[in-house]
Design a protein around this ligand. Sequence first.
Ligand code: FAS
Ligand code: PHB
Length: 390
Amino acid sequence: MKTKVGIIGGGPSGLLLSQLLHLRGIDNVVLEKHSREHVLGRIRAGVLEHGFAELMREAQCGARMDAEGEIHEGFHIAHDGIRSRVDLAAHTGGNSVLVYGQTELTRDLYDARDSMGGTVIHDAADVQPHDITSPRPYLTYRLGDEAHRIDCDYVIGADGFHGVSRRSIPRGALREFEKVYPFGWLGVLSRTRPVSPELIYARHERGFALCSLRSQVLSRYYIQVPLSDAVEDWPDEAFWEELKRRLPEDVAGELVTGPSIEKSIAPLRSFVAEPMRHGNLFLAGDAAHIVPPTGARGLNSAASDIYYLYHALADHYEKGEDAGLDGYSQKALARVWKAQRFSWWMTTMLHTFPDAIAYDQKLQQTELAYLLSSEAAMRSLAENYVGLPF
Ligand code: FAS
Ligand code: PHB
């Protein structure tokens, strides 16, 4: 098979790029190692920056997002038994975020690929990029026992943190920056009315908690847990009781509990691989960078990578200009590192660190006190949360 752009990974990054390229008449193929059901069985992000929402609309995939997603103009920070509202709209001249689950967004992208006759190959085993520094890279993969090859001009590694593409770059050509946090997030999805119409990020001496949602009948909650914990350590009852302990009393009193329909623990890490290009292989999304979800930047950082790549590839095929491709890594990393900073800042301010010295604990309290007392600090938080410009 021959195509212009070979995309490894059928998650949001790969699918969004595939859809945008298709609309510009740029032939591409997506290779996904898992089944569609498996990909759609993942529960991940829930908050979209306005830039991501715009890109989904440009990809002609925004209809259900706009119909079912919720515009949020603020969120709350709970601390010391009280709640302080962060007024995103007031601090950003009217900007907001869209609450719409990654699962649904990925479903919309798959549906759009199907309706436009896009080529998404599932259960593609042993995907391997070859000759990525040559002008004629190619991909090989297996479907069952049958070997296949795709010749292309460019390979996009949109295969997530554990994918094959970043590992295909010679060690000496890549610099990796990583910070692992000494805790994880235990997340629960429940068919219950959300405790709050807006998200609540709770800082508590017992640990961080987050009250989020997917709709008015589907709630998403998280509590910080030690890395040594396993999901089995947390029966639903124990989860709900611990969540209530970490919320202000008035909020805890309103919490509607119910059976978990999904429960998982995600470790928290910050990670960036530089550069995001090697020859004709381009890394995008989690394949190149990971953030702790505290700042809701993970999926949103993938969006700006895709925005830059889409325009760079369109310039190449439509105008014969390669400045976008040549400048991709530097441009993408500039925004990636700002998302890294914000995610690290939110995580450091709101979580309990088991080995923190007393001085650091005082600094952490002061960071929050300064934020809530300063118009300038709130404006900085708000502009990062709604999304810095692409
Ligand atoms: P993805 O990992 O989503 O997709 C990569 C795809 O490539 C997968 O479908 C995978 O099966 C496929 N693949 C991997 N290796 C392959 C190979 N060798 N061959 C072919 N295909 C291969 N972000 C937030 O903003 N908020 C959150 O609350 C949040 N929670 C998260 C919870 C968890 C447990 C995880 C893991 C991530 C979370 N994230 C969150 C971040 C997440 O949303 C990512 O940013 C987002 O999935 C990035 O999308 P992709 O870059 O497409 O990577
Ligand atoms: C979620 O709803 O899953 C969510 C929302 C905001 C975050 C992290 C996760 O910062």
